[in-house]
Design a protein around this ligand. Structure first.
Ligand code: ASP
Ligand code: MG
Length: 604
């Protein structure tokens, strides 16, 4: 006999018939002797409808009243599902978030869960009742006992938090798709269902998977070791298991981390190789990293910032022990890359720097929160640490700095983000088991715009200034890349910094930065709306040479030019021209053997 938390999304309870079908499934599982807590969303598109109503009355409705309004949707579905269960002879009781005791911060429309009282739930389960809980809502920890909501899509978070608090055997998320797919099936019809994915991979795929599974739910599953599965409401197929590390003895108080960063990592065993002025045309990164992979050299970070004239700079880091080997490969290939006719006038050059360190901040809480990267850069600037390279992913920001600065940087970051646990030393390359494919999924993001600031003085504090300004204006920054190339402007070394933002923020961010440019001594601020970001994610790529090369090769074969590259341990992202985004996605998906022959049925 198991304790199971099941969550049913809006479509799964979208009509009377569907609610009855859910009641059948729940009662069958209960009859096998299991204890069940069911979490439901509002029926169908109810929440959207309520938002629309509010907007007809007010352009800017008060957040407290929004919570009062939106929380009603779930109250309808819990009552109806309980009735449907009782109709089929299954004892059941519905409860709102407040009745359960899902206690949250008082932040309306985006509250985080602080703790869950389990007493009443457990008593009802003991009596053989199925408890049907309203998802997405809670009650504030303040005296006023305000109704709060967790943010759109928050029922997943309710379900996994309940599973953690009750120490349930597992949590099942029932939805209208068969599970997590290798990519967006609307763009790539050969997308396949995954049997499993790790929580870390799922978080890095947030832009692909967020609609299927709320990132905050994944974060809780990871932190508390909740076994989690996403499966279809319409079939008995097993779905996709989202695998958490083994259960940890973590306190259930402050259940959802209030802080955006939960770890500071560093690695002093790194060296950097940069190739300056390689031609800006399709196939160059493929050639370079293909050669490197054929020598079995494992690269860690790869960064390519925006091109300049006809050429790019590409930099990567390797473990110090293999620097000589990596440098030899780069030097051997440089003349070949240089032989592009237009690059003749320029001298390509290989630059190595043996004494660098990588410091990173990591945490799922940074997804969608502006200002986290800025805070990192500000902390480093205040500590007098100059940043040489920046690379970002969904849940990590890494900076390459001088290795002499490492201790100071780590201390400053731990203080800035209030990290008490001991700093994480370099993770040994995880041996990838046969079960961990190097690439689990491929995501495409077409909604971003790219901004580049030319000739930013290469002194500490500049990144802090730029991203602080954006954060103050509530602009969320995605990929950040700082170039290698150094220009001397008025006797000062300068570099370009490029980053992506949500398309809608592009123009206002450009204006904001242009205004600051003169005062700060920056060059032009360039905006490009026509970009797409394509990413591969997989825990199995750690310590496996050749994965980046394969991605770049797939793009080269389709004559797709790579505009920017950025990586984290388990993710590689490339920015390409918007018109080539879908082709890039398809090519990469195919190249890693993710395409299947059977079409997975998903609703439009
Ligand atoms: N009903 C809420 C929404 O539509 C919560 C959820 O479904 O997860 O966002
Ligand atoms: Mg959902």
């Amino acid at each position: 006999m198991a304790l199971i938390v099941q969550k049913y999304g809006g479509t799964s309870v979208g009509s009377v018939e569907r609610i009855q079908a859910v009641a059948q499934r729940v009662s069958q599982t209960a009859q096998l002797g299991n204890s069940i807590v069911v979490v439901v969303s509002a029926m169908g598109k109810t929440t959207d409808g309520l938002v629309k109503l509010a907007n007809e009355i007010s352009q800017n409705p008060c957040r407290r009243e929004m919570d009062m309004l939106l929380s009603t949707g779930e109250q309808v579905s819990i009552a109806l599902l309980s009735m449907a269960l009782q109709e089929v002879g299954q004892p059941a009781i519905s409860m709102t978030g407040a009745q359960v005791g899902i206690v949250t911060e008082a932040e309306h429309t985006r509250a985080r869960i602080l703790k869950i009282e389990t007493g009443r739930l457990e008593r009802c389960l003991q009596q053989g009742k199925v408890v049907v809980v309203a998802g997405f809502q809670g009650i504030s920890s303040t005296e006023e006992l305000e109704i709060t909501t967790l943010g759109r899509g928050g029922s997943d978070t309710s379900a996994v938090a309940l599973a953690a608090a009750l120490r349930a055997d597992f949590c099942e998320i029932y939805t209208d798709v068969p599970g997590i797919l290798t990519t967006d099936p609307r763009l790539v019809p050969t997308a396949q269902l995954m049997d499993e994915i790790t929580c870390d991979e799922m978080l890095e795929l947030a832009s692909l998977g967020a609609k299927v599974l709320h990132p905050r739910a994944v974060e809780i599953a990871r932190n508390y070791g909740v076994p989690l599965v996403v499966r279809s409401s319409w079939t008995n197929e097993p779905g996709t298991w989202v695998k958490a590390p083994p259960k940890s003895e973590r306190s259930l108080i402050n259940l959802e981390l209030a802080r955006p960063v939960d770890d500071v990592e560093f690695d002093t065993n790194q060296a950097r190789v940069a190739l300056l002025r390689v031609p800006d045309r399709p196939g160059v990164a493929a050639q370079l990293f293909g050669e490197i992979a054929s020598q079995d050299v494992d690269v860690d970070l790869i960064i390519q910032s925006i091109h300049e004239g006809n050429s790019n700079d590409i930099a990567f880091t390797v473990m110090t022990q293999i620097l000589n080997q990596a440098e030899a490969v780069a030097s051997a290939i440089a003349p070949v890359l240089r032989s592009h006719p237009q690059a003749e006038a320029e001298e390509a050059e290989v630059m190595v720097q043996p004494n660098i360190a990588k410091v990173s901040i990591a945490g799922a809480g940074m997804i969608g929160r502006p200002g986290v990267a800025a805070k990192m850069f500000i902390a480093l600037a205040d500590a007098g640490v100059n940043i040489q390279m920046i690379s970002t992913s969904e849940v990590k920001v890494s900076c390459v700095i001088d290795s002499e600065d490492c201790d100071q940087a780590v201390a400053a970051l731990r203080q800035a983000f209030d990290i008490k646990s001991s700093p994480t030393p370099p993770t040994p390359s995880a041996p990838s088991t046969p079960h961990t494919p190097p690439v689990r999924g491929v995501a495409l993001d077409m909604k971003q715009a790219r901004l580049a600031i030319r000739h930013v003085p290469d002194v500490s504090g500049m990144a802090a200034k730029i991203f602080g300004l954006l954060a103050d204006n509530n602009v969320s920054v995605d990929t950040i890349i700082q170039s290698q190339r150094c220009h001397i402007v008025n006797g000062l070394p300068t570099r370009d910094i490029a980053f992506t933002v949500t398309g809608a923020d592009g123009e206002s961010a450009q204006q904001m930065l242009q205004q600051a440019a003169a005062e700060c001594g920056w060059g032009d601020v360039i905006l490009d709306n026509a970009i797409a970001k394509v990413s591969i994610v997989g825990a199995g790529m750690v310590g496996q040479p050749g994965i980046a090369a394969k991605m770049f090769e797939a793009l080269a074969q389709h004559q797709i030019n790579i505009q920017m590259i950025t990586t984290s341990e388990i993710k590689i992202s490339c920015v390409v021209d918007e018109h080539q985004g879908i082709k890039a996605l398809q090519a990469i998906h195919e190249a890693f053997g993710l395409a299947g022959s059977e079409k997975v049925e998903v609703p439009a």
